[in-house]
Design a protein around this ligand. Sequence first.
Ligand SMILES: Cc1cc2nc3c(=O)[nH]c(=O)nc-3n(C[C@H](O)[C@H](O)[C@H](O)COP(=O)(O)OP(=O)(O)OC[C@H]3O[C@@H](n4cnc5c(N)ncnc54)[C@H](O)[C@@H]3O)c2cc1C
Length: 233
Amino acid sequence: MAGHWFGARLVERRAQTATGRTLVLDVPGWPGHLPGQHVDVRLTADDGYQAVRSYSLAAPADGERVELGVQAVRDGEVSPYLADVLPTGARVELRGPLGQWFVWRTGQSGPVLLVAGGSGVVPVTAMLRAHRAVRSDSAFSLLYSVRGPDEVWYREELAARDDRLDVRVLYTRRAPRGEVRPPGRVSAADLGTTPTGPGTVYVCGPTGFVESVADLLVGLGRPAADIRTERFG
Ligand SMILES: Cc1cc2nc3c(=O)[nH]c(=O)nc-3n(C[C@H](O)[C@H](O)[C@H](O)COP(=O)(O)OP(=O)(O)OC[C@H]3O[C@@H](n4cnc5c(N)ncnc54)[C@H](O)[C@@H]3O)c2cc1C
């Protein structure tokens, strides 16, 4: 099924930030997916020109409804169109679900550390939502790196009280008033002070971010085999 193109219809668009959007699509025949998986989205212009890009699934499987999170990249060909131009009710095609490695399975035990940069928060949010939905006993921690307070996605959801989830937002350029940590990139100190012990680590975001975090984790003694990465390019 993963190679099959499904017809999909955009049914809802919500703003997460000035440039980040949640897109909800109806996908008849959708087979379901695992938290962390992604899809390919194919757009076809009237003259037959096609463009394909990958987008992560932001929520656990929910029948024929699929939720994506799209960050409009400046001068990008596809993401600004999906984020702000594609009309509600319009049709696109989806292929998937894709990816078997960057997934959290609800039967999986052991603590989990999620490290997200920017829109890399999308697939780890699917994991957090699944974790909450099945009332998993596994301790989850999220380190979420953003440039400033106005770039936080899923703000209310991440702030909701949950004894099995620890969320820390790390600001790289502009920190909100009262934040003790000076703005800066994710450091070994940030990674070394998360409450979860040994377990699986999921790192997602731009390639440079993912590589830097993975190197720091290995430097801290995390076995490379426990680190799962997803690069957005
Ligand atoms: C497995 C996978 C999952 C992904 N999931 C998501 C997701 O959930 N949400 C999401 O918003 N994106 C996601 N992406 C990135 C997405 O596929 C596109 O690359 C992105 O939307 C840019 O496409 P574009 O057509 O707008 O830009 P393009 O026209 O392809 O590129 C335009 C310019 O932007 C630069 N650029 C490309 N991608 C990025 C980027 N991610 N950040 C900064 N600059 C970039 C390019 O170097 C180029 O200079 C994912 C990518 C992969 C491989």
